[in-house]
Write a protein that binds this ligand. Structure first.
Ligand code: NAD
Ligand code: USQ
Length: 407
């Protein structure tokens, strides 16, 4: 299959590109390298020394004998270039990772809120409009988030995208009084995003529903949980293929941050009481899920397929305690810089991927150590000042800095 990977230079996109190429797919990456520019803007680099995109691609060809193409296109800003790319490359499928994905970065200030909305919504809409304009039958696989649902339970497991609702009415179809009856309808599960970033994924959902209905585009939206781990079988083959490892307060995600903090001897930054429960998936399962989704597209005219791409849920303080136990790290309860519930339960349906053959990689000590070992190897590249989460959801919040009292 010919697959275009939008955002293929990023944390998820790079290992997914290598995995698909390794499986024999013809892969071409589209990326404007904006994530590397944000590293510079924040003065916070990946803990691992990531090679330039040219060196990455040359290394992959050398190691695997397979070629991955690359086009530097801003999907949000360069519509004509995107259209031209689709017309010349004619991919069977596009995997769309090309969005600003950090909730804290999106909440930093008005500029970042506007950039995140402009970049993400325009990137998604440009892709959909361009596919319609090219008149090609291209399957779109989009990386969405579990955060579109919020993190509550509503007294049941969160379903895969849709909810059947029943409304009891004593009116007929014309709004005239009638005998009481119950109408059943399927709707998108009510959204409840917790940041401007998460909100852009809610807006994406509606763009997808519209284009699937109006233009019969074939679209799969993967509601992904937090990725943990950094290494896949392919990225481990050569140091120049190494994946990025974000640990800073804006881009680092919780479990990888805790493992890095443990590796460099920094107290684990548990926000508030650590009562947030979230969905997780290991990076090696993520790459497999992408291929499973590519192999199981919806038919033309079918509604958007929504899969919950997660394998397990964990409470933040339980993760900190586990890491403390296995590696002796100190746990610090710091002020929560975010506006989120102190505690939540989370139960999620993820049967589609399991039914399609995913064999989940669950949180195991060995894999936790593997991530910690990567962090230890590059510990001298860490800038400890970049660890605290300083982006505040409202003026009333405080930075999640365990060393604030010492400063
Ligand atoms: P990332 O920031 O590492 O990668 C995103 C890539 O997209 C970067 O290489 C960036 O340069 C590129 N990009 C952004 N805007 C672009 C544009 N306008 N044109 C072209 N390229 C553009 O993020 P990631 O962690 O790899 O996440 C990828 C996707 O997966 C995101 O959409 C994110 O919402 C989703 N996701 C990530 C996680 C996670 O834990 N990392 C969890 C759930 C969902
Ligand atoms: N947290 C801590 N300490 C830290 C960092 C985070 O306690 O040092 C807490 C946060 O307050 C939050 C939880 O851990 O309650 C998760 O935070 P996170 O930064 O790991 O994840 P989040 O902001 O939700 O975003 C990440 C990705 C995003 C993706 C999302 C999936 O950056 O792209 O969409 O995970 S999900 O969380 O399922 O919505």
């Amino acid at each position: 299959m010919k697959v275009a990977i939008l955002g293929g230079d990023g944390f998820c996109g790079w290992p997914a590109s290598l995995y698909l190429s390794d499986q024999g797919h013809d892969v071409v990456i589209v990326d404007n390298l904006s994530r590397r520019a944000i590293d510079e803007e924040l003065g916070a680099e990946s803990l691992t020394p990531i090679a330039s995109i040219d060196d990455r691609l040359a290394a992959w060809e050398e190691v695997s004998g397979k070629k991955i193409g690359f086009a530097n296109i801003d999907v949000a800003e360069e519509y004509d270039a995107l259209l031209d790319f689709l017309n010349t490359q004619r991919p069977d499928a596009v995997v769309h990772f090309a969005e600003q994905r950090a909730a804290p970065y999106s909440m930093k200030n008005a500029r970042n809120k506007r950039y995140t909305v402009d970049n993400n919504v325009r990137a998604t809409h440009n892709l959909l409009a361009a596919i319609v304009e090219t008149q090609q039958d291209i399957h779109v696989v989009h990386l969405g988030t579990m955060g579109v649902y919020g993190y509550g339970t509503a007294g049941m497991k969160i379903p895969e995208g849709y909810l059947e609702v029943q409304v009891t009415t004593d009116e007929d179809e014309n709004g005239q009084p009638a005998e009481e009856r119950t109408i059943t309808q399927e709707i998108l599960y009510p959204s409840n995003p917790g940041s401007v970033y998460h909100m852009t994924k809610v807006l994406d959902q509606h763009l997808f529903a519209y284009y699937a209905k109006n233009d019969e585009l074939r679209i799969t939206d993967l509601h992904q949980g937090i990725i943990w781990g950094t290494t896949t079988e392919q990225t481990a083959r050569d140091e120049r293929l190494i994946n990025r490892f974000d640990y800073d307060g804006d881009y680092g995600t919780v479990l990888n941050r805790f493992l890095m903090q443990s590796a460099v001897g920094y107290p684990l930054t548990v926000h508030g009481t650590g009562g947030q429960t979230r969905a997780f998936i290991h990076i090696r399962d993520m790459v497999r899920c992408i291929e499973i989704a590519l192999n199981n597209p919806p038919a033309r005219g079918q509604k958007v397929k929504i899969f919950n791409q997660m394998t397990e849920t964990h409470r933040v303080r339980d993760l900190a305690e586990l890491i403390g136990k296995v590696s002796g790290a100190e746990v610090a309860l710091v002020p929560n810089p975010r506006k989120e519930s102190a505690e939540n339960e989370l139960h999620v349906v993820n049967e589609t991927f399991l039914d399609l053959g995913l064999n989940p990689t669950t949180l195991a000590e060995g894999l936790l150590h593997e991530v910690e070992e990567v962090a230890k190897k590059y510990a001298d590249r860490a800038d400890l000042d970049k660890i605290p989460a300083r982006s505040l959801w409202t003026q009333n919040q405080q930075a999640g800095d365990p060393r604030a009292a010492e400063k």
